[in-house]
Structure formats: C-alpha cells, structure tokens
Design a protein around this ligand. Structure first.
Ligand SMILES: [Ca+2]
Length: 480
C-alpha cells in the first residue's frame, strides 16, 4: 500500500512536470492559471503523503542518549561506593540500569577515547592517538590539525550511520573532529576548534540546545541520537558557590573540594536531562548509555591530576563505570564482567537495526544485555600514547604502552615510542616500572607490582598482547 502510493505520486509528479515544460510555450495565461495551482496542490499532497510514510517507518527505532563524563575517576560516584562525593542522579540512573562496574576505555586521553566511541576502533586503527599534533620539536615535521580530520571523513561513524537510517543526531559538548557535521551529526553546536568551542557551554550554562533539538525531533517524529559530552567535571573547576560551600565544609583540600563540587554539578545536569526525557514520556523508547572518557585523580594541592589517572593506562585513567538503561527492555542488574567502550558502537548499531561494518574489534552486547547471559570474552586490550601526535600516519611513533586485562590480571607493558610535548610526566613515571602486573580484583588501586613474582603470567600475557597488536618498530622496555 505504502509502496503503491509512493509510486503513484512520483509518476504523477513526473508526468505533470514534463507536460508543463514541453507545453509551456503553447500555453496561454489562462491555461497556466488553471493548471499550476493543480500541480502545486498535487505536489504538496504527494509530498505530505511521502513525508508521513517516512515518519511511520522510523518511529519504532529507539532513541539513543550518550552521557559522557569528562575527566572523572571510576571511584567518584555514590553508586561506586564513594563516601564523600555525591552523585544522586547517576545513582538513581544506576538503579534503573545494567551496571558494569568494570568498564574500560582503551586509552585515557579525551580525543582518542571519543573517537573510539564514534568508530568502535582502537586508536591504532582510527589513528587519532592524541589530542593535538606536535608542533614544537625541530626534528619532527609539523603537520596541520586539519590533516587529522580526514580520519573522521574516511571511517564510518555512529551518527553518520544512524542518520542514514532516519535518525536525527545532535552533538553537544566535547567534540574534536571539526564541525559536528563532519562526524555525521545532523545537528550540533561545535564549529570545529579544539575541544569543542560553542559545544562546551552545554551543561555549564544550560541544556536548552538539547531540549530544543528533542522537541524538533518529536515534531518530526524521528528517532534521535544525543551526544551529551559536557566539559564537566573537566577543568576549569569553577563550580557554583553553593556546591563549593558544601564540599569546603568537609575536611578536604580546596583543590579536592573544587573537583568534587564539579562532579556533583555534572551529576545535576545528568539529572536535568533524564528528568526532561521522563517528562516527555520518552524513557520507554530511549536507551541511555553512561561512560566517562578518562579518569582523573585530583592533586590534593594543585590544579592538575596525579600520576595514574589521565593519560595513564593505570585503572585511574582507563576504568569507568558503564550504565545502560532502557526501561521495559533491560532489567536492572549489576554485572561483574569487563566491558570496553569499543563495544558501544556495534551495540548501538544493533539496537538501531543497522548492520555494523566488518571486522570491528568490539562486541555487539545486545543479546547479553537483554538476556543476562554472560559475555563470552576472556580478555580486553588498551593502549597509551603521548598526548601530542608525532606522526599522523604511524601510531607506533608515540606509543608508550600496551595493556590487557584477563579477569583479575592486568599487564601493562612499556614501549620506546617517542613522547614529546604536553604531559610527559605520566610516561616518564610509567617507564620507571616498564612491566607491571597487577591483581586488580584484590589490588584495585594497583599498589603492588607482581611482575617479578609471576613471570609465567607476564610471559603468557605479553605474547597475547603482541599477537593482538603486532608492532613493526617499537621495542619493549625491560625491567632493569
Ligand atoms: Ca577527558
């Protein structure tokens, strides 16, 4: 029925158009006055019919909302057992979600981590290994920031694939890959400079651009994808005074009080967004996925981060809780398995009914999420690079670490990639113990390096890592 209507309209419009062109020379004004209103009405009627047909076909697809924290440690949530910082809104979301307390991102720097979410690839595959091109060392050739953007042009992205299937996709907050449209979003805020320019006002100033977009998507009767990636709790740590006062009253250094107040401010914005979706009656058909792009351990007496968090392959850098909520479809549960943000891309494509690209490293977890069946994967992997990219085509050039987690064991290997530019201290510190083996179930803060005690585990997992990512140039650093 729908198909017939569509064909009928198309052929009628074509016929009238052709007649209009070929016969126009012989038409007098009277005939034109009679015929053109008829053509106009026909086109409008047919156009409306087609439009409505599109809407009906797409309304069954679920909306997808990504909430992406920026620079927050895996410990810093009420639902993860933190005794001081308060996150009541994410705690509430956790009670409504499948909660993975052992989630991981493959690399602990903003831009590569975000690029993994939109492509489902490891940094050595999408080739965005750091935040910026290196531009300050005489013997390393400069390249313009623009040259990194070709990667997002050439790799299928989640918003682009969703938009091709009738979704409207909105970007707000952090976004490094040029204008939002370059990543395939249909709507958005970022114009194309570092971090995300105008997009960075989201959450900190208001959520109005998101509310307006959702209202528009509803009026269009289209499914939507929201990329909510506010610049929070990321520096500048300038929380509202009421929240700063709350944490300043506790026995905390001013730096930690500021960071905790930022975490709670971010949490408030998550609550506002979720309440809005509730008020609009959208939760039943909306999946919310929560993840943080990388960790942050606040220096007690400074503005920066401590070793073992941002940039680092230690759990303080790469571990994050992941929450997946879809009322009515997913039963809330706490899961012990390890998952990785490489799974986000294929899983979201699956719920939107889209065939994922071939050879993705991540898993489509929809079956395991909806049935509660265990995830059939024994090991996950990750990487660390210099913050500044030395060679845009060869990720190995600035490779610092490869790592894997197999249940309780985590092995971190250091390599001799060249690290230049911003934030070297993390890598200098890592190289002091170039082979690190931790029992992260019993030692979640990675205090005791067991590499010398369990050489057979180190040897076995080293082989596994090197089979996963066979290096061409880099050499493993050894225990001295
Ligand atoms: Ca970040």
């Amino acid at each position: 029925m729908i198909k017939n209507t569509h064909l009928h309209c198309s052929s009628a419009v074509s016929y009238l158009s052709v007649s209009g062109i070929t016969g126009s020379i012989r038409m007098n004004r009277y005939t034109m006055r009679l015929i053109f209103p008829v053509i106009f009405i026909f086109v409008v009627v047919c156009g409306c019919t087609e439009h409505k047909t599109d809407k009906k076909a797409t309304t069954i697809k679920p909306n997808i909302v990504l909430i992406l924290s920026d620079d927050q440690a895996w410990t810093d949530y009420g639902f993860m057992g933190h005794g001081v910082v308060q996150t009541p809104n994410l705690d509430r979301l956790a009670t409504e979600s499948v909660v993975f307390t052992r989630g991981y991102v493959p690399t602990a720097v903003c831009r590569p981590s975000l690029m993994t979410l939109v492509t489902g690839l490891y940094p050595h595959q999408h080739k965005i290994t750091g935040n910026d091109p290196l531009s300050s060392v005489a013997d390393v050739p400069d390249f313009p920031r623009e040259e990194l953007l070709v990667n997002v042009d050439n790799i299928p992205t989640l918003p682009r694939l969703l938009a091709q299937q009738g979704y409207l996709a909105h970007q707000s907050g952090k976004w490094w890959e040029g204008n939002y449209q370059r990543g395939g979003f249909t709507h958005g805020m970022t114009q194309g400079t570092r971090h995300g320019d105008k997009g960075l006002t989201i959450g900190r100033e208001s959520l109005d651009p998101i509310y307006d977009f959702v209202e528009y998507a509803l009026s269009e009767e289209k499914p939507f994808f929201l990329w909510y990636a506010p610049f929070m709790p990321h520096r500048p740590h300038n929380p509202p005074q009421r929240l700063l006062d709350k944490y300043s009253d506790k026995d905390l250094t001013p730096s930690i009080a500021r960071y905790y107040a930022m975490v709670e401010w971010f949490d408030e914005t998550c609550g506002q967004l979720i309440d809005f979706l509730d008020k609009k009656g959208l939760r039943e058909n909306t999946l919310i996925y929560y993840v943080c792009d990388n960790g942050w351990i606040q220096q007690p007496n400074g503005n920066g981060f401590d070793f073992g968090s941002k940039q680092s392959p230690m759990d303080g850098g790469v571990r994050t809780p992941m929450l997946i909520s879809w009322p009515g479809k997913l039963k809330p549960a706490k899961r012990e398995e390890i998952i990785s943000s490489i799974d986000f891309f294929p899983t979201m494509l699956s719920i939107a009914g889209i065939e994922p690209p071939a050879n993705l490293p991540g898993l489509n977890l929809w079956n395991e999420l909806s049935t509660g069946k265990p995830i059939d994967r024994k090991i996950i992997f990750g990487e660390a690079y210099g913050h500044d990219i030395i060679d845009k085509d060869h990720p190995e050039a600035s490779l610092a670490n490869l790592w894997c987690i197999e249940y309780n064991w985590k092995l971190i290997l250091s390599y001799d990639g060249r690290i230049e530019g911003w934030g070297r201290f993390t890598h200098d510190e890592m190289r002091k113990e170039p082979v690190r083996l931790y029992d992260i179930l019993n030692d979640p803060h990675e205090k005791v390096n067991l590499a010398e005690q369990y050489p057979e585990v180190v040897a076995r997992l080293t082989r596994t890592i090197e089979n996963w990512y066979p290096l061409k140039e880099r050499k493993l650093l050894v225990i001295k």
